[in-house]
Design a protein around this ligand. Structure first.
Ligand SMILES: [Zn+2]
Ligand SMILES: [Zn+2]
Length: 312
């Protein structure tokens, strides 16, 4: 009986880490005064995240974890529990290279080795690696893994583990990825995957705030980055059903404003491209995202007619 309840309580956690060369110097050079924001090195960050992952795995033998790194050009699977990897092998084989030591019994070693490889490759190709991380790619890959695990569990006649994702982001939102990120968030909402988010930068992420709000997850921007582990263990370790019994920090508010694609400003009222739904803070003659030309449609009727006759 104990085993049955254990199986029901098991959960599947996908941790999405932002991983690019500039992130750590960017975080430490963040224009923030005050002691609380100092000192989160890559070593400190990884140590705390690995302790969190190992704690989560030790809560229940049946818990599964996958760790995905999002870079500016791609997302890479750093580690996945062997049961999960087995279920997802066909998907991963088709879309990405698998981790070198896929059946390693030590998640920490595998995560560190694969992350080191990833950062080394980025260092060798600095031009390619520049730019914000692909949050949408990481979210989509995580959702694919979760879906594959669900299908596999269903095929085996088992209950699937309760899935959730935890995004650890350190860069400000990349508004050029707005549509892709929002689509991934809506996909998570529709497939009932809880998205938790921990923002390490000194400014809030509207993408992650909306992701947590829409999927019933928790968004948090720790005041003391160096105490990240404390936040991870107390807030993100309990699964979504246990959270109802806990007194967790309440969100101070969600910024629902969309960002304009031209200046990356959060706006309350703006112009929307009727073709691709890109948002602009001011009227534009051509959509910079899809290239739709609005100049003719905005011309006064008389002028348009004159233009047409001249063309003819
Ligand atoms: Zn603008
Ligand atoms: Zn457009």
């Amino acid at each position: 009986m104990a085993q049955d309840s254990d199986a029901e309580d098991r959960s599947l956690l996908v941790v999405l880490l932002e991983a690019h060369q500039g992130l750590w110097s960017q975080l430490n050079g963040d224009n923030v005064s005050g002691e609380e924001h100092r000192h989160l090195t890559i070593h400190g960050f990884l140590q705390q995240v690995l302790v969190f992952i190992n704690t989560y795995l030790s809560l229940n033998d049946a818990n599964q974890v996958a760790v995905i790194a999002a870079t500016s050009t791609s997302s890479a699977l750093l580690h996945a529990s062997s049961s999960l990897l087995h279920a997802s092998s066909s998907l991963l084989g088709a879309t990405t290279k698998q981790p070198a030591a896929e059946t390693s019994s030590n998640p920490s070693q595998e995560i560190l080795a694969n992350l080191a490889d990833l950062l080394r490759i980025q260092k060798e190709h600095p031009g390619v690696a520049a730019g914000p991380a692909l949050l949408s790619g990481g979210l989509s890959r995580g959702l694919c893994l979760i879906n594959k695990a669900r299908v596999s569990a269903r095929a085996g006649g088992k209950r699937s583990a309760r899935p959730r994702m935890l995004c650890l982001q350190g860069s400000p939102d990349a508004t050029q990825h707005y549509i892709a990120v929002m689509n991934a968030i809506f996909a998570a909402q529709r497939s009932e995957v809880v998205v938790d988010a921990c923002m390490l930068a000194s400014t809030d992420s509207t993408f992650l705030q909306q992701a947590a709000h829409l999927t019933g997850g928790i968004y948090m921007r720790p005041k003391q980055r160096s105490a990240l582990l404390q936040y991870l263990l107390t807030i993100y370790c309990p699964d979504s059903s246990s959270r109802s019994h806990l007194q967790l920090p309440q969100p101070l508010g969600v910024d629902f404003r969309a960002s304009c694609f031209c200046h990356r400003r959060a706006i309350d009222v703006g112009y929307i491209c009727s073709v691709c739904l890109s948002i602009f803070c001011e009227s534009v003659s051509e959509c910079t995202t899809c290239g739709t030309d609005f100049s003719k449609g905005r011309m006064p009727a008389a002028k348009r007619k004159a233009g047409n006759s001249l063309d003819a």
